[in-house]
Design a protein around this ligand. Structure first.
Ligand SMILES: [Zn+2]
Length: 388
């Protein structure tokens, strides 16, 4: 088997030229399908749909049929470019200037995908077209940047149904803060949205004794809810509750409103579960309300629970590979927003390591071609060590 060229810059350019703004496939998965099939992968493409959402294309590719199965995961969809004229180079042109590759998705995360594809091709080329033992798989979705319902969560389910076992996963999201090699994401805080509603009685502002102003109660409960939730844990920063909107919707100057609402989001660590957190918040409200404030909570469903991938042989292997290539010892971080790792963690241990995230979602998103080469070398070493 002749394995195709493993040049990460060329693969990244080809991917950046696909206009794959969620939910459009834009040719990105078709391109990967072609490259991976030529390299001997069994490639599966599937479209997932659900009422009220756009159908989305996904891809799963595997070479080898033994365990362990090392999985590289990612998404080819990108956020919109915004005003294209504000870009130094058109956002879907894959332009290179001064050893810098420009384009929407350069770091988040077509660049990362190009690097793990190139690393896998290079490994296969050096080993007669098959893993020495075990398997390499790619789990690629087109639905990460938007609602993420027809993507990784369904792809994982699909894979489990057909008996695929995933042993370890590297998710190629841009995990580094300043420089390639500074950070592995080994877990994420959970995210929980809530709505506090205080019920009062509407009336005339000149006769407050005949009314019950819910804004007074809302202010008291908000103060109680904003107290620290914990002091952090071994792997996490302190949890945080942030109010994001306070709503009364009252256009009338002489009217006491009947109801007031406040919306909030909690980013929480492994000292809590969603259940225990809701209980804690409701207990605090109960104490602050002291039987005088009438209130209720709404908790929209959340599929972003906290998780941590604890240090062990797999993290040691990744850290060693990164250190050997970059000369830096990455720290294991659990900061930042959620990612598809929240779904993958239910199937196997997952680490996030990719490019440097500084220009993600920004105008002139770009990546030094040297970073693409270095990240490919890191992934290549991870594969080599994993199958040693
Ligand atoms: Zn991303």
């Amino acid at each position: 088997m002749v394995v195709p060229s493993a040049d990460p810059v060329a693969i990244a350019r080809d991917l950046l030229r696909c206009r794959s703004v969620t939910p459009e496939e834009g040719g990105a998965l078709a391109y990967l399908h072609d490259v991976l099939a030529k390299a001997g992968f069994a490639v599966h493409r599937m479209t997932f749909a659900e009422p009220g959402t756009a159908p989305i294309e996904n891809l799963y590719a595997r070479v080898g049929d033994q365990r362990p199965n090392l999985v590289f995961a990612g998404h080819t969809d990108v956020v919109p470019p915004g005003d294209e004229k504000a870009w130094r180079h058109p956002p879907f042109s894959g332009a290179v200037e001064d050893s810098m590759l420009y384009g929407r998705g350069a770091v988040d995360m077509k660049g990362g995908i190009a690097c793990f594809v190139a690393a896998a091709l290079d490994y296969l080329g050096a080993n007669g077209g098959r893993p020495q033992r075990g398997s390499i798989s790619l789990l690629i979705t087109g639905d990460e940047e938007s609602v993420a319902v027809n993507g990784t969560v369904k792809l994982l389910h699909w894979a489990a149904e057909r008996g695929e076992t995933l042993d370890h996963c590297i998710l190629g999201e841009p995990s580094n803060i300043e420089v390639l090699g500074d950070t592995i994401k080994a877990g994420r805080r959970g995210s929980l949205n809530g709505m506090l509603i205080v019920h009062g009685r509407q009336g005339h502002v000149a006769y407050p004794d005949r009314a019950d102003n819910p804004i007074r109660g809302l202010v008291a409960l908000m103060a109680a809810l904003q107290a620290p939730l914990d002091r952090g844990s071994e792997h996490f920063d302190p949890s945080n509750l942030e109010f994001t909107s306070v709503d009364v919707g009252n256009p009338t100057v002489n009217l006491i409103p009947g109801e007031a609402r406040a919306r909030f989001n909690i980013r929480y660590n492994d000292r809590h579960s969603q259940m225990s957190l809701k209980a804690l918040i409701e207990r605090r409200a109960q104490t602050a309300g002291a039987g005088r404030i009438r209130y209720s909570f709404e908790w929209p469903p959340s599929n972003a629970d906290v998780f941590v991938t604890r240090p062990g042989p797999f993290t040691d292997l990744a850290i060693a590979a990164i250190a050997e290539v970059t000369g830096r010892r990455p720290k294991l971080s659990t900061s930042g927003g959620t990612s598809d790792a929240r779904f993958i963690k239910d199937y196997c241990p997952v680490l996030e390591f990719g490019l440097v995230g500084q220009t993600m979602h920004a105008v002139d998103e770009r990546v030094p071609t040297a970073d693409l080469v270095a990240l490919t070398a890191v992934y290549r070493r991870i594969i080599g060590k994993y199958f040693e």
